[in-house]
Design a protein around this ligand. Structure first.
Ligand SMILES: [Zn+2]
Length: 120
């Protein structure tokens, strides 16, 4: 029997499970629907993500790691003209930056400023 998901440790929101492929490996995630808090576990034990989520594994150290990953994914997406994926990862970065409480400067600020200059 599957373990039931607890609510998000940060915002109390409902969580859901999803699967992705990272570097050719199946990865199972538990993600908050509202604040994008996320834990993941790769094969061979993807169900471990549920255990991690329910054990409140999410700690600042892990959030900061996810923040780095989200930024790297966003830059990578942008470099390949994958604008929709850029938006996805940039939004996750924004959420994680907020819940980390670190309030890091936005890595895409210069791009935003450039866009404002171009705006007619
Ligand atoms: Zn949440």
């Amino acid at each position: 029997m599957r373990e039931e998901l607890k609510s998000c440790p940060f915002c109390g929101g409902e969580a859901f499970e999803r699967d992705t492929i990272v570097d050719g490996i199946n990865v199972h995630h538990v993600t908050c629907k509202y604040c994008a808090a996320d834990v993941r576990a790769p094969e061979p034990n993807p169900a471990y993500a549920v255990t991690l989520w329910n054990s409140r594994f999410l700690e600042l150290e892990n959030i900061l790691e996810e923040l780095e990953i989200a930024e790297a994914k966003a830059w990578d997406s942008l470099s390949r003209y994958k604008f929709q994926m850029f938006g996805y990862w940039a939004a996750i970065w924004i959420h994680l930056n907020r819940i980390s409480g670190k309030n890091r400067p936005n890595p895409w600020r210069e791009l935003v400023m450039r866009a404002r200059e171009e705006k007619v």
